[in-house]
Design a binder for this molecule. Sequence first.
Ligand code: ADP
Ligand code: MG
Ligand code: MG
Length: 484
Amino acid sequence: MSTTRLDAVTGGPALTDDEATALRHEAISYAAQHGLLVATESSESGATMPSTFTHAPIALLPTPFPADVFALATRVAPLFASVSDAVSRDDAFLRETLAGVIRADDFTRRVWDIYERCGGQEGRHPMELGVLRTDYMLDAPSGLPLQVEVNTVSTSFMALSTRVSQMHRRAIEWLGAERARLPTNSALELAAETLHAGWRAMNDDDARVLMVVQPCERNVFDQRMIEAALWERHGVKTIRATLREIASDAVVAEDDAKTLTYRGARVSVVYYRAGYAPTDYPSEAEWDARLLLERSGAVKSPSAAMHLAGTKKVQQTLASPGGLERFVECEEDVRAMRSVFAGLYALDGEDAVAAVELGLNAPESYVLKPQREGGGNNLYGEALRAQLAKFTPDAPIGSDGDLSSFILMQRILPPVNRTLCLRNGEMQELETLSELGIYGGYLRVGEDVAMNVVGGHLLRTKAASSDEGGVAAGYAVLDSPCLT
Ligand code: ADP
Ligand code: MG
Ligand code: MG
């Protein structure tokens, strides 16, 4: 069953079928012992806990990944954290960059409205707290890590990726290939440390962290492990609540501190693991909750402004000439950051005609992206062509011919690997592509950047035949890199 590709990881002969089966048993056992699990039923509220689980979708062995590509992605990640925060603080840049998107896309407009209704920059909380992840794919033709996107809201898998790295280390030892280079992964610790840093900066020992969660969440352990780390390592209590629960049970005091309480408990940090997609707001109640949290005196991870700074439209604008220079002084940093940008093209303004032409001439070489998060939203191939074909210059905003809410991106072409994937107990060897995520923790208090660190990573590996790569969306498995 297994092929020579596995040799690159184990450094030994290819796995036999019996070894692969034994590895499957070890992996499932490890997953159950260490919370590398997802629920098979959904919870109904923030507080309820599902009671049936399976192992998370995982790769049985790590995937070879070039060390220099990993190093470059790690080097630029905190630079992108600084830039995202700087963008979030630049009203004119946000306003101008997102003008077309805000008019064409209801969801982005609603997040923008919250930013404005809370007073724009003047109304902003003095602190920004970021649990961030920038994603890269190794572009085979150039040998560079090209940035897929910057995530500033609701980044996931800090805990499960840490467990996968540990499981892979165990598997490698078990196979007797100790020399494999598996970078340490402390994403889980980093998530808790970052939230703790924000909590400490708020200076209220009795206050809690409010984790905003989806009502039908299955990826609960990834969140619960952060909650546990916050309590066990830092003595901080976490409350889980959905936006709907917050709408009915949270209160903001009408005093200067705008103290946030949820069911009587004071909250100093709001950590969003929901609220990034239109489906998180089925009614006005959820938007009311988002507005209430934004205007409260608690520090938000992220603020509405930082959420907006993580949009694909912002990424595309930063990649355009002069985009980075507005925010980054050091030329060497600019060069490093620019080297990881794929081709990114605006579909609003005067450059739209040329971008549409590019895409129509080679639909397979591009990805068409709306301003959405969570996977499954991009258009490829024929669907991309059909959407671009609707373009009409000067079409009224929001009409079929208007593509302002999209950006066009060069399709990154990663090398193909072979991976033993395990999903719902079933093992399958697939031809795969991988995407590397680098986690960051960020805290700004006023003008002082108190924290901007890298501390962990995620490799997501998907079938080479699949366009998208979301693990939660069912396209990919959690994996870890073996540096080559
Ligand atoms: P989301 O915020 O929904 O995760 P992404 O930009 O990460 O949006 O796109 C989702 C997935 O689509 C990625 O994980 C990746 O698998 C694929 N993808 C996105 N951009 C590109 C690209 N430029 N080239 C190849 N694949 C891409
Ligand atoms: Mg995203
Ligand atoms: Mg993504």
